[in-house]
Design a protein around this ligand. Structure first.
Ligand SMILES: *[C@@H]1O[C@H](CO)[C@@H](O)[C@H](O)[C@H]1NC(C)=O
Ligand SMILES: *[C@@H]1O[C@H](CO)[C@@H](O)[C@H](O)[C@H]1NC(C)=O
Ligand SMILES: *[C@@H]1O[C@H](CO)[C@@H](O)[C@H](O)[C@H]1NC(C)=O
Length: 547
């Protein structure tokens, strides 16, 4: 996916927040509730059960595994949801305890727990990996979709109404065109995520009262959010609509005007190219109070901005990612993922949360380029700190200015305070800075978690070591020289070689190191002599004292 790369960093932070929550105290028993509809399979009944049931989701698990414990209660609930649904006969959920059924699990090449496989018609050679959500309703929905053809063709209005009533996710309808390969292809690709319905010409005429806002005379596609039929969105079909266009329409329009980000929905937001506006709230009442207005705003900015709610009780940590204070709620902020810029409504001015009017004005201002991003930065180092520290400390407020000095080779360590490898490297980095003291090579570092700085390179881990060579070519997007990545052994000698080899100034650190060593030795000799003289003096004093 094209936008994927741009948002990986954001995705990583949100994912971290989401999974911290997921491994929280809600852990249950990995073994399904014996009173639930989950079937326990052993080597004795495995083959026969699969033969008797056309569609089975199998969970291979171990009772001690953390993720299995999280899944257990949801799995039981999902089985019960399905049991009470019209799909009762067609779909079964089963569990295989790999600590008891080693041979069976080996035969299925189970490499991690839990492993979930969808098996059709007893054909376990063609088992497919389950790729759906891990909570009850999501599991049930996923399996129901698996049980249906990718595109469903209801034959009566009643049947259609019954089908769409069940929906808990947005769904897609093709109207007025029975033969439509584009729709079939898209449905095939996206069947895991959405239900697809095709309405022929006759049925299309009858559904008019369900979709009062839509002109149904022309063939086209509808995206409908569950229980929001009156707000269905239409894309007219014409020659220009190909698979990609239809997919894009679906990707944009299935995002709710104002929906919550949680474990099930965050992927949708993260893979969207649009900026995200967050409404962080503490209580359901706060969200409810503003919901209508934010839905309206979401409609106004459809296709330009996704607006989402975040429950701060669960995902409060994500507030830091957007440079907001998690303690002052509710708050509203916008994250422009493409350039990682963050904008927020001043929390000091609205300690009780901003009103709908304030939010709307803020969003308008954002699109009129009237807002300044919130730049996170540590304070500038003081004169004393600059004098006493060997390594040049970069913060967001001095970063551009220091990196802008293109007469110097600048070697920067991007680190995170929590990173063990960074801590290990710190003394070597100090030594390196000492060697290049007073030369045209700057040895610098920046705490990348506490300073919003542009880097013309995608940082994927810490520490990342980048050399900005003097007079180097400037990256257009950031205005910063393009760096050279250090990828060798993180040792003093390798750094010195790298600077000489890759730096534009070809400064020879070995020479500098030698000079430094000589100076140190000279100093030591001098100090030793002084020390000796001092002790001798002291001894004399002591002599006197004894008298
Ligand atoms: C937020 O508002 C307060 C009070 O009006 C003001 O002192 C502060 O500078 C503002 N913060 C920002 C980042 O503009
Ligand atoms: C960088 O230097 C150029 C000229 O040398 C100057 O025009 C520009 O404003 C400087 N940028 C920063 C961020 O200091
Ligand atoms: C670094 O160089 C400056 C200027 O020559 C000198 O005053 C200072 O003592 C040096 N620092 C160290 C730690 O050697």
């Amino acid at each position: 996916m094209q936008f994927w790369k741009l948002s990986t960093k954001v995705l990583a932070t949100l994912l971290a927040v989401v999974s911290v929550q997921a491994s929280g105290p809600s852990d249950g028993d990995a073994i399904a509730d014996p009173n639930s509809a989950v079937v326990k399979l052993t080597s004795d009944n495995f083959a026969s059960f699969l033969e008797e049931n056309p569609l089975v989701l199998t969970e291979f698990f171990a009772p001690w595994c953390g993720y299995c414990k999280m899944l257990g209660p949801e799995y039981s609930k999902a089985a019960d949801i399905l049991k009470d649904s019209p799909h009762n006969d067609k779909i079964k959920l089963a569990q295989i305890d790999c600590t008891e059924e080693e041979a069976l699990c080996m035969e299925h090449e189970i490499k991690g727990y839990p492993s979930l496989k969808v098996i059709r018609d007893g054909n376990n050679k063609n088992a497919e990996d389950y790729q759906g959500p891990r909570e009850a309703q999501g599991i049930a929905d996923y399996m129901i979709k698996q049980s249906l053809p990718a595109v469903q063709l209801p034959t009566s209005l009643e049947e259609f109404e019954t089908l769409i009533k069940e929906q808990t996710q947005p769904f897609i309808i093709s109207i007025g065109d029975e033969i439509n390969e584009i729709f079939d292809k898209v449905a095939g690709q996206k069947r895991k995520d959405y239900s697809f319905y095709k309405l022929g010409k006759d049925l299309t005429k009858q559904v008019g009262k369900l979709f009062p806002s839509i002109d149904l005379k022309k063939a086209g596609y509808l995206v409908v959010h569950p229980n929001q039929l009156a707000d269905a969105i239409k894309l007219d079909s014409d020659k220009s609509i190909d698979v990609d266009k239809l997919l894009e329409f679906i990707n944009v329009e299935t995002v709710p005007y104002f929906g919550d980000i949680d474990r099930n929905t965050y992927m949708k937001y993260m893979t969207s190219p649009l900026p995200i506006a967050y409404y962080f709230y503490k209580t359901p009442e706060q969200k409810e109070a503003i919901s209508k207005d934010l839905i309206k705003l979401g409609k106004k900015y459809r296709g330009k901005l996704n607006i989402a709610g975040l429950d701060a009780n669960l995902y409060g940590r994500h507030a830091e990612t957007v440079n907001m204070d998690p303690e002052i709620l509710p708050f509203f902020s916008i994250h422009h993922i493409n350039d990682n810029k963050k904008y927020g409504i001043n929390q000091t001015e609205y300690p009780e949360g901003p009103s709908a009017e304030v939010i709307e004005k803020f969003v308008d201002d954002y699109f009129n380029d009237k807002l300044k991003p919130i730049i996170k930065s540590e304070p500038l180092p003081t004169e004393e700190e600059i004098k006493s520290q060997q390594v040049t400390k970069l913060v967001a407020h001095n970063y551009n200015e220091i990196l802008n000095d293109s007469s110097k080779d600048i070697f920067v360590k991007y680190y995170a305070p929590w990173c063990g490898h960074c801590k290990k490297l710190a003394p070597t980095w100090e030594e390196l800075a000492e060697i290049y003291n007073d030369s045209n090579v700057v040895i610098a570092d920046v705490d990348h978690t506490n300073n919003d700085v542009d880097v013309p390179y995608e940082i994927q881990g810490y520490p990342t070591l980048l050399l900005f060579p003097a007079n180097g070519e400037v990256d257009e997007k950031t205005g910063i020289r393009k760096p050279i990545v250090f990828e060798g052994q993180r040792e003093l000698g390798s750094f010195v070689d790298f600077i000489k080899d890759k730096g534009s100034l070809k400064v020879d650190g070995v020479v500098l190191q030698k000079r430094l060593q000589e100076e140190k030795e000279k100093k030591e000799v001098k100090e030793e002599t002084e020390e000796k003289e001092e002790t001798e003096e002291k001894e004399e004093v002591a002599d006197h004292d004894e008298l």
